[in-house]
Unconditional design. Structure first.
Length: 200
């Protein structure tokens, strides 16, 4: 079952106003595998796949030509703002490596997705039961993306889950999971940062 999607929220502004601003001091485990989300990592596809952890702290990424210049810029900005300040060493490559033992860790692309989704992330090449050598992130060609969308899908590609897959489970829009909410949230957040730094 594809888990790594982002549901379109039609009235995001209203949802933001209604979202609870509680539980910020709480700490939860939302790094795959969690007590509530722990499928084995495998070589997946768009229709049958899910995200895992990336295989090490060197995070190489490539943006395919299907992405618009604006989308590429948004992804780069999200990486720079949210992920470079973690223990991950992020580098944007000018070409992608798709075979061998050192594949580009994240391949971003634009393409066809169900109308319900802004983006999906899946592991293409598992190396262990929890680690993946290469994740694909596909953004819906019918929508533009913002930095929160790029932060969210990239979060999946390094193992971050939604709030309702965390342990303990929290509401999908609990702000403790930062940009892993279903609403536009423009920060990674202390909990996600701590999870990444403890893992890589
Ligand atoms: Zn998601």
């Amino acid at each position: 079952m594809p888990r790594s999607h982002r549901i379109v929220v039609a009235f995001a502004a209203a949802a933001v106003m209604l979202a609870p601003i509680a539980a910020q001091a709480q700490s939860i485990d939302n790094m795959y595998p969690t007590g509530n989300y722990h499928p084995s990592c495998y070589d997946g596809s768009l229709s049958h796949g899910h995200f895992c952890q990336t295989d090490n702290a060197d995070l190489t990424v490539y943006m395919q030509g299907s992405l618009s210049a604006a989308a590429k810029s948004t992804v780069k900005s999200a990486l720079s703002s949210y992920y470079s300040p973690t223990d991950l060493a992020v580098s944007v490559k000018s070409s992608g490596v798709y075979t061998g033992s050192s594949e580009t860790d994240i391949i971003y692309q634009s393409g066809t997705l169900s109308d319900a989704y802004i983006g999906m992330t899946w592991c293409d090449d598992a190396v262990t039961g929890t680690k993946c050598d290469q994740h694909y992130i596909r953004f819906n060609k019918d929508y533009g993306i913002n930095k929160s969308d790029a932060c969210h899908e990239t979060g999946h590609a390094v193992g971050l889950t939604h709030g309702d897959d965390a342990s303990p489970r929290v509401s999908p829009n609990n702000t403790i999971v930062g940009c892993m909410t279903e609403i536009d949230t423009y920060y990674l957040g202390a909990n996600n940062r701590a999870e990444i730094n403890a893992t890589y």
